[in-house]
Design a protein around this ligand. Structure first.
Ligand code: URP
Ligand code: ZN
Length: 455
């Protein structure tokens, strides 16, 4: 059990509005929301009082796309312990990872294996069940998958053993459309394969990663999958949107009133371009889909401000720089970058403080939309009586250049090194306990819990 806590003098921000209130937290839950001048010592005499004067108190972040568990055979730097430590540094208190069956393993076997892997987590967690080429058998397990508390699925159009064709998507959608939501990796495979076969892996040429996976691949794949999702009434979200054309599709769908088609993007696509792939550190900026042009980055930032994008996640999937640099060809370099630590700070600085985004939009993009899409709401993503006391306190004062010394996880570099962020995440509260203050994470490994969801 956690001790009682009161948060006084702060601006409490939800997706629908902001007010000066005093929060009373008991046993890890928001127990009361009082007027700003409430006398805490008479209402809750034993509460530790946290003064949030001049600061914003927001729901703890929900990052719907991380890879803290294993994704490839090459060891990832961050596991659930170090990855969740990085997440807490930046105000994120819930993550969704991916459970994917190995050859010969059942889907439920994979879910249980990933649950075990996540036991050291300091944040709460769930999993998307990733379908593999063995999806026909995995679909037979849907009742048991639901019993495991899993209501989100992942479908890929690329990668060995998990790439599925439009016909496969159609078959899967017809079975899962009422069992939960689906996150989709959308990159048209045949075009990429053709371009790769025509583009040899020349030492140090990482720009080839971007040129062999052009925007048209994301655009075509998104249109195909969207049509199939509409046919079956499946709610989908396109993962890590990287191209301006994908934003245009979403604008069109929104105009037609389609509420079952969402986009997710990650900070790196909004500020970095393929220029980063040139030069000796090019390997460090490799991810799929790849970085694109300035017009794409600008369109994605604008789509965040306009909320044509609904969720800011990270696709945090990190490899130490030696594993990146050891692979001198774009064909073999392990892809994936960091973001779990800086995701909320990025949007607070670049969206709210530099471009005038409202704090309510900040909450929607960093927590409440994901909490709803992945069935954690109102337990997560909301500051209300009865919700989990998972909170982040953001301070609009100050400016800080993010450096290697700030890294809270196990990585030896960050793609955000050298970026100057306005404001800071001053404090993170998880389950009613202060677990991060001024950059120092004090949570215990294993304090995070699996979030059982149902539809
Ligand atoms: O390069 C990336 N993004 N690696 C992680 C897997 C994925 O595509 O989400
Ligand atoms: Zn991913």
């Amino acid at each position: 059990m956690s001790g009682n806590l009161a948060i006084a003098n702060g601006t409490i921000v939800n997706e629908t509005g902001s007010e000066q209130k005093t929060l009373i937290i008991k046993d890890g839950i928001i127990a009361d929301i009082l007027p700003p001048d409430a006398d805490v010592s008479s209402v809750c005499p034993d509460a530790e009082i946290l003064d949030a004067e001049g600061k914003y108190v927001v729901p703890g972040g929900v990052d719907g796309h991380v890879h803290f568990g294993a994704f490839t055979a090459i060891p990832q730097a961050d596991d659930f312990a170090s990855g969740s430590r990085a997440a807490l540094w930046g105000g994120t208190t819930t993550v969704v990872d991916f459970a994917q069956a190995n050859e010969g393993e059942t889907a439920v076997g994979a879910i249980r294996r990933y649950k075990k892997m996540a036991e050291c987590s300091m944040v709460d967690y769930s999993f998307h069940l990733s379908f593999t080429v063995d999806y026909e058998n995995e679909l037979k397990e849907l009742p048991e998958i639901a019993e495991e508390g899993i209501t989100s699925f992942k479908l890929y159009t690329y990668y060995p053993r998990i790439a599925l064709s439009p016909a496969d998507f159609r078959a899967v959608f017809s079975k899962i459309h009422d069992k939960g939501t689906v996150l989709v990796h959308a990159e048209e495979k045949t075009i990429i394969d053709r371009l790769k076969s025509e583009t040899p892996g020349v030492e140090g040429d990482y720009l080839a990663l971007s040129l062999t996976r052009p925007s048209i691949c994301e655009q075509i794949s998104t249109e195909d999958i969207l049509a199939l999702a509409k046919e079956s009434g499946t709610k989908i979200c396109i993962a890590h949107t990287s191209a301006k054309e994908t934003v245009a599709i979403r604008k069109r769908e929104a105009k037609e009133g389609n509420e079952d088609f969402l986009l997710e993007t990650c900070p790196h696509y909004c500020v970095l371009t393929r220029e980063k792939l040139k030069g000796e550190d090019g390997a460090l900026y490799t991810m799929n889909p790849p970085l694109r042009g300035k017009e794409d980055a600008d369109a994605l930032m604008e789509a965040l401000l306009d909320e044509d994008i609904s969720m800011l996640s990270t696709d945090h999937c990190v490899y130490l720089s030696k594993y990146k640099k050891d692979h001198t060809s774009y064909l073999t370099v392990p892809c994936g970058v960091d973001g779990a630590q800086t995701r909320m700070l990025f949007l607070f600085s670049e969206g709210v403080l530099k471009r005038g985004m409202s704090m309510e939009a900040f909450v929607r993009l960093t927590s409440s939309n994901a909490a709803k899409f992945y069935h954690f709401y109102p337990r997560k993503g909301l500051i209300a009586v009865g919700s989990d006391a998972d909170l982040a306190i953001f301070d609009p004062e100050g400016e800080h250049v993010f450096t290697k010394d700030d890294i809270a996880g196990a990585m030896d570099y960050s793609i955000f090194e050298g970026m100057s962020f306005k404001g800071s995440c001053a404090c993170t509260i998880k389950g009613g306990r202060v677990v991060m203050r001024d950059g120092v994470v004090t949570a215990e490994e294993g304090s995070g819990q699996f979030l059982f969801t149902k539809v």
